[in-house]
Design a protein around this ligand. Structure first.
Ligand SMILES: Cc1cc2nc3c(=O)[nH]c(=O)nc-3n(C[C@H](O)[C@H](O)[C@H](O)COP(=O)(O)OP(=O)(O)OC[C@H]3O[C@@H](n4cnc5c(N)ncnc54)[C@H](O)[C@@H]3O)c2cc1C
Ligand code: FES
Ligand code: FES
Length: 507
């Protein structure tokens, strides 16, 4: 059984297909056809809806994911979340076409139909009309919901104005053009200011205390087991269930898994959702490392790493779109074992350790031992990623991450480079160069690393490193890029990093 709010209505469902998407539920089961289906693969944003969940400021897990009783008594309080912390509401845009309905448990769902109340439009809708942000209108509900999510962020308008491109990066419009839509975003944020003064009506100005209480109540009640959508509430439950049923499919954000349903037309009858297990949502920030649960989302990574690994920020901002990052997780990115995933190069360069769990057993392996061959990992049946420990680069290290893709927003890498060159008395020591998109798995360029070790990172070191890279990388040609292009880009990126850092030194 799952329980969630659709607008103000409590929805309780026991009998639903495990792989039913939010989009199909809205359109086919509820006849709410305002939300559109364009690509069905998370790329166009026409299907954007907003979820509202609870987050707790001073806990290491989201309150919504912290059940009232946790059967694993070894979970420390810090991981369980502080019961006395004041939870607040988090509004997030997601792509409903690649989100499974079961994952809505404990949340509120808002679709474009939710915004108009008593014949009054929401200010983002008014702004879209006034700025002529719509022509054929197919993309409009998606843009409206992305703007609505931006409008609802708990930040001053000045900050949100800087985030307009980010908020709209996951939405495509093929006839209006983006200028009027961006103008509508600016105008909506002006209305937001006026709404705070009572001059404009925010039709979704929820009674937040009441909504918090309702969402807390949804999560607090124990979940009855039933149907093919399994939602373990504790690590013990998750590990035991998955060990016993290794053929069921683990679900984190669904941004990869759902494509099997929407693009390959497969049926997934048994899904195990990992998002309600507190240990999978751990976020510990230490002076020299981060410990992040496998179900921590890319949006959360962006927030945490912008502070602790600023060089990774640009790549993380270009990982999918807001809609994708709000759902996609660390575990899903590693678990899908894509050769063009963006986290693996970063993690290889930082020598990240994965904690894998199978039943009651856990083991720790470096990420370099995780990938065996194309789309194959060293996980055993019934084993899953529990968390990652990410050592932070030292301030005097050369550390950079570069993603090359055809489109800046919401595109998969042709090549991604993460480079980590710890420095000792001006010489590189223990170089780590990691690439995505140049082999069947994410790889380290071991020979190029050797060429950089024990010397200054200068132009001659780059020439020697490039020479090794051209020999040791074996990229393939595909729709995104040719092998020759990828090989050249990999070499050029090494030069780019050297130029950036020598510029830094000259300042
Ligand atoms: C429009 C779009 C844009 C994208 N852009 C990017 C991009 O820029 N960069 C990029 O790298 N990727 C991108 N992706 C791919 C995808 O978003 C990422 O791989 C994402 O991190 C997957 O995480 P998830 O939580 O959604 O995984 P899910 O879809 O839930 O799971 C993916 C796979 O991992 C398995 N899995 C999930 N959790 C675990 C776990 N804890 N342990 C073991 N296995 C697990 C699942 O069973 C499944 O096989 C994009 C996808 C879309 C649709
Ligand atoms: S329909 Fe295109 S992102 Fe969902
Ligand atoms: S208004 Fe037609 S696609 Fe955007």
């Amino acid at each position: 059984m799952i329980r969630f709010l659709y607008d103000d209505e409590l929805v309780e469902l026991t009998d639903f297909e495990a792989d039913l998407t939010v989009l199909d539920w809205l359109r086919l089961h509820r006849n709410k056809t305002g939300t559109k289906e364009g690509c069905g693969s998370g790329d166009c944003g026409a299907c954007t809806v907003v979820t509202v969940s609870l987050i707790s400021d001073n806990s290491e897990t989201e309150a919504v994911n912290t059940p009232s009783s946790i059967s694993n008594s070894s979970v420390p309080n810090s991981v369980r979340g502080d019961k006395h912390a004041q939870p607040r509401l988090s509004y997030q845009s997601i792509n409903s076409c690649i989100s499974f309905l079961g994952a809505l448990h404990g949340k509120q769902l808002l679709s474009v139909e939710s915004l108009e109340q008593a014949n009054t439009l929401h200010p983002v809708q008014t702004a879209m009309i006034e700025e002529h942000g719509s022509q054929c209108g197919f993309c409009t509900p998606g843009f409206v919901m992305s703007l609505f999510a931006l409008y609802k962020q708990d930040e001053p308008e000045e900050q949100l104005l800087k985030r307009v491109d980010q908020a709209l990066g996951g939405n495509l419009c093929r006839c209006t053009g983006y200028r009027p839509i961006k103008a509508a975003a600016h105008s909506a944020l002006q209305y937001r200011k006026q709404s705070a003064l009572g001059q404009v009506t925010d039709t979704q100005a929820a009674d937040s205390e009441k909504l918090v209480a309702r969402l807390q109540a949804l999560s607090a009640e124990p979940l009855e087991r039933g149907g093919g959508f399994i939602q373990p509430q504790s690590m013990v439950e998750l590990a035991a269930y998955y060990q016993k049923h290794p053929d069921s499919r683990l679900l984190a954000g669904g941004t990869d898994l759902a494509l099997e349903v929407t693009q390959q037309m497969k049926t997934i009858a048994h899904i195990v959702h990992v998002g309600h297990v507190p240990e999978m949502r751990v976020k510990q920030i230490q002076a020299d490392h981060l410990l992040l649960g496998a179900a921590v989302t890319l949006s959360e990574c962006l927030e945490i790493m912008s502070e602790s690994i600023p060089a990774a920020r640009e790549m993380l901002l270009r990982f999918g779109s807001d809609q994708v990052r709000n759902s996609a997780t660390i575990g899903g990115n590693l678990g899908s074992a894509s050769p063009i995933g963006d986290l693996p190069p970063l993690f290889l360069a930082l020598d990240v350790t994965l904690t894998l769990q199978c039943g009651e057993q856990t083991r720790h392996i470096p990420v370099s031992e995780f990938y065996i061959s194309y789309r194959k990992t060293s996980m055993q049946p019934g084993e899953f990623i529990r968390s990652v420990k990410i050592p932070l680069p030292k301030s005097d290290s050369v550390f950079a991450v570069h993603k090359i893709s055809k489109r800046t927003e919401d595109d998969i890498s042709s090549v991604c480079l993460a480079i980590h060159l710890p420095q000792h008395e001006g010489l590189t020591n223990n170089a780590r160069l990691a690439f995505g998109g140049v082999a069947a798995t994410p790889v380290r360029a071991l020979k190029a690393e050797q060429a950089l070790n024990g010397r200054a990172f200068d132009e001659q070191a780059v020439i020697d490193g490039q020479h090794q890279l051209s020999a040791e990388l074996q990229p393939i040609s595909d729709a995104r890029a040719s092998a020759a292009y990828r090989s050249l880009i990999a070499q050029n990126l090494l030069r780019r990093v050297e130029m950036e850092f020598s510029d830094e030194l000259c300042k």
